[in-house]
Ligand binder design. Structure first.
Ligand code: UDP
Length: 327
């Protein structure tokens, strides 16, 4: 049987590149479409890289005409919450208008299945613990708002044109490929685990813990960290569900287990054997006390379980990636 092609926007990025690997392992040919603004060419190893902008509808349509993908996985987006507050236009232009351009190219090329990289930031401030998919979506920053707008478009394109889509709302993606081939390479880096690992090196700056006065047991924020390879595998599962005829829906992807910033630091110290120098700073604007998924819907639908998402495994993989090539 001919290998199916999947177009992966943002395929050179963190979650996109891990998903390209998972697609290839499952027998698909991933075609990465990326402008390399944040992605890295080195991370594209499992299929061709097409350099292009999400805003370039003609280019998208011609790539679709050339490769005839069975489906699209859409990761390409800006994802810095703070920047979205100071430069919202950038987020609405790229994340919303870019996604609209993609959907119109898909419609023109009669490609009817899409897996969308969404986020728990579409929920806003949690009204209760263990967020499930029916929690009201009321984003508190333009990043979350832009992702929610795309979810809305997906629903409308589904009703009008028959597009079938699965939106995956991630909690905190973390860790690196278990074989050490690819990992997290953000520039600038703003995420807790890579910054805390950097602090644990001889040349690193101390980590600033954003707030120790939250209403959590140790005063620091609680998040639900899910290993990027578990996320990538979940995308392949969602794609296969669409191929089998699933109707459009959204799923949370998380572990259901909350971990505090303090616990992340402690676990890094245990795993690496090095201290994580840190100072306590102000709260970061827009950070809720606790964001933990109720991910039962996806687990029930597909029997899926995260297998690499215990914190020591996440940290070990990220540490290995950080120290690649050393000694
Ligand atoms: N955090 C922190 N110091 C940092 C970066 C993050 O204390 O330098 C905290 C942040 O307040 C949040 C958690 O770590 O509670 C995870 O933040 P991250 O930026 O990794 O992911 P986000 O939750 O924003 O998607």
């Amino acid at each position: 049987m001919k290998q199916k092609t999947i177009l992966v926007t943002g395929g050179a990025g963190y979650i996109g590149s891990h998903t390209c690997k998972a697609l290839a392992t499952a027998g698909y040919l991933p075609v990465a479409y990326d402008n390399l603004a944040h992605g890295s060419e080195r991370a594209v190893q499992w299929g061709p890289l097409v350099r292009g902008e999400l805003s370039d509808g003609d280019r998208l349509a011609s790539v679709m005409a050339d490769y005839r993908p069975a489906a699209v996985m859409h990761f390409a987006a800006y994802a810095y919450v703070g920047e979205s507050v100071t430069d919202p236009g950038k987020y609405y232009r790229n994340n919303v208008m870019g996604s609209l351009t993609l959907l119109e190219a898909m419609r023109e090329q009669a490609i009817g299945q899409l897996v969308f990289s969404s986020t728990c930031a579409t929920y806003g401030n949690p009204l209760h613990q263990a967020l499930n998919e029916s929690h009201p979506q009321s984003p508190i920053n333009p990043y979350g708002q832009s992702k929610l707008m795309v979810e809305t478009m997906l629903g409308d394109f589904g009703r009008a044109h028959g597009l079938r889509s699965i939106a995956l709302r991630y909690f905190n993606a973390a860790g690196a490929d278990m074989d050490g081939t690819i990992g997290e390479d953000h520039e600038p880096e703003t995420h807790l685990i890579p910054l805390a690992l950097e602090a644990a090196t001889d040349t690193g700056h101390p980590l600033t813990v954003f707030g120790a006065d939250y209403s959590t047991p140790d005063g620091t924020c609680i998040r639900d960290y899910i290993h990027v390879q578990d996320l990538a595998d979940a995308h392949v599962t969602a794609l296969q569900a669409l191929e089998a005829g699933a109707s459009s829906t959204a799923y949370n992807l998380g572990t259901g287990k909350g971990v505090s910033v303090r616990e992340v630091i402690d676990t890094i110290e245990q795993v690496t054997g090095k201290p994580v120098p840190h100072i306590f700073g102000q709260r970061r604007a827009g950070d809720p006390d606790r964001l933990v998924a109720d991910a039962a819907k996806f687990q029930r639908a597909f029997g899926w379980r995260p297998v690499h998402s215990d914190l020591p495994t996440i940290i070990r993989s990220a540490w290995r990636w950080r120290n690649r090539g050393a000694g």
